[in-house]
Design a protein around this ligand. Structure first.
Ligand code: UP5
Ligand code: MG
Length: 196
């Protein structure tokens, strides 16, 4: 039978740019499901029955990108378990391996609407994550050492992915340095436009 492909928006930007915060507001206003690749990986890490727990924790602490087979299957499972037909995929794809894995196994089954890019300089990102760590986020990567690695990975591996989507005119850039509400005003316009 003919079925519509689920809609997907990728949410990208540096560590602490506000991907999770803005995604929650998009969920409330526009009815998307929020799938954070990082949250799914942390959940898998915490599952004592997972064979990948230790691997995931090592990658996260080092700010390295987990092999796509793991991340993509967590994302696919979450999409299949949902009744929704539109998804924010937050923090993915972050490198060439992610992009290739996604393009090979999932891309044809979904309708990629656009890539929401939260543009935020390193100093602002760093302050936000350090503050969050000091307020008890419990994240093992909210420390200065991990954050340096996370930001380097972002510059070297994730920015080229954003450039890749720019060639298809799919990137919608938002200045993420302002307050949460100011940023969301711009985000709202993009989703209103996409909804027609
Ligand atoms: N905050 C948010 N917006 C603000 C604003 N406008 N003004 C002031 N403060 C603001 O926000 C971060 C903090 O800033 C919060 O305290 C918030 O209140 C405040 P948040 O919305 O959480 O930002 P976000 O961009 O989601 O930051 P996050 O830390 O989640 O980004 P990362 O991309 O680093 O983390 P993620 O969870 O996506 O990935 C973690 C690790 O998992 C990666 O480093 C990697 O090792 C691994 N990973 C993979 O291997 N593969 C994947 O596909 C995904 C992750
Ligand atoms: Mg996040």
């Amino acid at each position: 039978a003919f079925t519509m492909k689920p809609k997907v928006v990728f949410v990208l930007g540096g560590p602490g740019a506000g991907k999770g915060t803005q995604s929650q507001k998009i969920v409330q206003h526009f009815g998307y499901d929020h799938l954070s690749a990082g949250d799914l990986l942390r959940e898998e890490r915490n599952n004592p029955n997972s064979e990948f727990g230790e691997l995931i924790e090592n990658y996260i602490k080092e700010g390295k990108i987990v092999p796509v087979e793991i991340t993509c299957s967590l994302l696919e499972n979450a999409m299949q378990a949902s009744e929704n037909d539109k998804f924010l995929i937050d923090g993915f794809p972050r490198n060439q391996d992610n992009l290739q894995g996604w393009n090979k196994t999932v891309a044809d089954k979904v309708d990629l609407q656009f890539v929401l890019f939260f543009d935020c300089p390193q100093d602002v990102c760093l302050q936000r994550c350090l503050y969050r760590g000091a307020s008890g986020s419990g994240r093992t990567d909210d420390n200065e050492e991990s954050l340096k690695k996370r930001f380097n990975t972002y510059l070297n591996e994730t920015q080229p992915i954003i450039s890749y989507y720019e060639k298809f005119n799919l990137v919608r850039r938002v200045d993420a340095t302002r307050t949460t509400d100011e940023v969301f005003e711009d985000v709202k316009l993009l989703f209103q436009e996409a909804a027609g």
